[in-house]
Design a protein around this ligand. Structure first.
Ligand SMILES: [Zn+2]
Length: 392
C-alpha cells in the first residue's frame, strides 16, 4: 500500500486552473495498478477539456462484481491534487518526491486523496485474494477535477446515469484523526473575486492616479466585517459551527515599489451554513462593492468563481450511515458520530440528486498544507472498514 501510494504521489495531477496538466498521466498509472489487482470491469468516462494537453479529464470506474448488482457499494475518491504552495515550506521532502517517515507517507496528495484511493483498491484486493464472493457489487470511482468544482469529475460521472437512488455511496475525502466522524451535511460554497480598477501612476504622485490596491483592501475588509456580522448564526451540528468568509488569494499587481497600482484583485472563500441563502450573501457582496464604487470613483466588479448551494441535510438513519457505523464498530470498536463540515466534497453532488452519500475517512487533516502526509496505519485501518462494508 505504501509503495502504491508513493507511486501515485510521484505523478502530479494538478488542474488547469492552477496551470497543471490534469490527471491524464496519473490515470494511466492507476489503470495499470487496477489491472494488476484484477477488477471485473474497468470503464473510462473522460470529460473533454481543451485546457489540458491530453484534451480530457479522466474518470475511471472499477467494478468488483457481487452475486447481485441490485445495490452497489460505491467508494468515490479523486485523482487531482492541489499545487505545492510555497515549496520552501516543505521540510520533510519535496511535494512530489514521496518519502516515509515516522509511520507516515509524505507528499502532495498523500492524504488528499491518495490514502483513500489506495485503501479502497486494497480493500478489494484483499477480498479477492481471500476468495470472498460478495453479495453486492463494489464499484470504485476515481474522479478528476474535485479541487476546482467537479464539473469534469463527479458531476460528469453522475450525468452518465451510473448511480442509482438505492446505491450506497461513501466518499472518503474528509474525516477526523480518530476515524469517528461520519459527515452527512455540508455548507454552501461561494468563491468570488473582487476586481478594483483605479488609475496607475507614479508612486510619488498618487494624486495623479487612483490607488486600486488601497481601495481593494478597504473593500475586502468591509466585506470581511459585514459578512461575519450579518451571517453570524451558529449550528453545532457542524465541526466549524459558524459560516466562514475568508479573503484568500491575491492576484499579483505591479512589478515595482514606486508604481501605484491601477488594478487590484482579491478572492474570497466563503462556507455558509445551509440556513442562509447563498444569493443573499452574494447580493450583500455586490452592495458593498457598489457602495465603494460610489464613494471612491474606482470601478469595482464582483465575479463568482464557484457557487454551490448546500444540498439538504441527509437523514441520520440512511442505510449507508447505519452500515458504516456498524462496520466501524465491528472492525475497529469505534463509536461514530454524525455531523456536517465546510464542504465541498463529491458527496454534495450525490445529495443534490437525492442519493444519500456519506463522507468518512481517518485522517490528521493536513490536506493542502506543506508537508502533507498520510498515516500508514490510517490507510490500512480504513481499508479494513471498506472491506467489511463490502461484505455487509
Ligand atoms: Zn480531497
Amino acid at each position: 500500500m505504501v509503495n502504491t501510494l508513493m507511486q501515485l504521489i510521484r505523478v502530479a495531477a494538478i488542474g488547469p486552473e492552477s496551470s497543471g496538466e490534469g490527471e491524464h498521466a496519473k490515470a494511466e498509472v492507476l489503470t495499470q495498478i487496477l489491472n494488476e489487482i484484477g477488477f471485473d470491469k474497468i470503464e473510462r468516462y473522460d470529460a473533454v477539456d481543451s485546457r489540458v494537453p491530453s484534451g480530457k479529464r479522466p474518470n475511471i470506474v472499477a467494478y468488483f462484481n457481487g452475486k447481485t448488482d441490485a445495490k452497489r457499494l460505491w467508494i468515490v475518491a479523486h485523482l487531482d491534487v492541489v499545487p505545492s504552495g510555497e515549496e520552501s515550506l516543505w521540510k520533510v521532502t519535496k511535494p512530489f518526491e514521496p518519502t516515509v517517515k515516522n509511520g507516515c507517507v509524505y507528499g502532495r496528495g498523500s492524504e488528499d486523496n491518495g490514502q483513500s484511493l489506495v485503501a479502497s483498491m486494497f480493500a478489494v484486493k484483499a477480498l479477492k485474494q481471500l476468495g470472498i464472493k460478495l453479495n453486492r457489487t463494489v464499484a470504485l470511482a476515481f474522479v478528476a477535477d474535485e479541487e476546482a468544482g467537479s464539473t469534469m469529475g463527479i458531476q460528469h460521472l453522475i450525468s452518465k446515469g451510473l448511480f442509482r437512488k438505492n446505491d450506497l455511496i461513501v466518499v472518503p475525502d474528509s474525516g477526523e484523526p480518530k476515524g469517528n466522524f461520519i459527515e452527512i451535511a455540508e455548507k454552501s460554497i461561494l468563491w468570488f473575486k473582487v476586481v478594483t480598477i483605479g488609475k496607475q501612476t507614479h508612486g510619488s504622485l498618487p494624486n495623479k492616479g487612483l490607488n486600486a490596491h488601497r481601495i481593494g483592501m478597504q473593500v475586502a475588509l468591509a466585506l470581511d466585517t459585514k459578512l461575519h456580522q450579518k451571517y453570524n448564526a451558529e449550528n453545532d451540528y457542524f465541526t466549524v459551527p459558524i459560516s466562514t468568509f475568508e479573503p484568500t488569494k491575491k492576484d499579483k499587481n505591479v512589478d515595482a515599489v514606486n508604481i501605484v497600482p491601477g488594478e487590484d484583485v482579491v478572492y474570497f472563500d466563503c462556507r455558509i451554513l445551509p440556513q442562509y441563502n447563498v444569493e443573499d450573501v452574494l447580493a450583500d457582496v455586490c452592495r458593498v462593492a457598489a457602495e465603494f464604487e460610489a464613494k471612491t470613483g474606482a470601478k469595482i466588479k464582483v465575479e463568482v468563481i464557484q457557487k454551490q448551494a448546500a444540498p439538504p441535510v441527509l437523514n441520520n438513519e440512511s442505510e449507508i450511515t447505519l452500515l458504516l457505523k456498524e462496520a466501524l464498530m465491528q472492525a475497529r470498536g469505534i463509536e461514530a458520530k454524525v455531523g456536517g463540515i465546510g464542504g465541498g466534497t463529491c458527496a454534495a453532488f450525490f445529495r443534490k440528486q437525492g442519493i444519500p452519500a456519506v463522507v468518512w475517512s481517518t485522517i490528521d487533516e493536513v490536506a493542502h498544507q506543506p508537508d502533507e502526509y498520510a498515516r500508514i496505519a490510517n490507510m490500512v485501518e480504513d481499508a479494513k472498514v471498506f472491506a467489511l462494508l463490502a461484505t455487509m
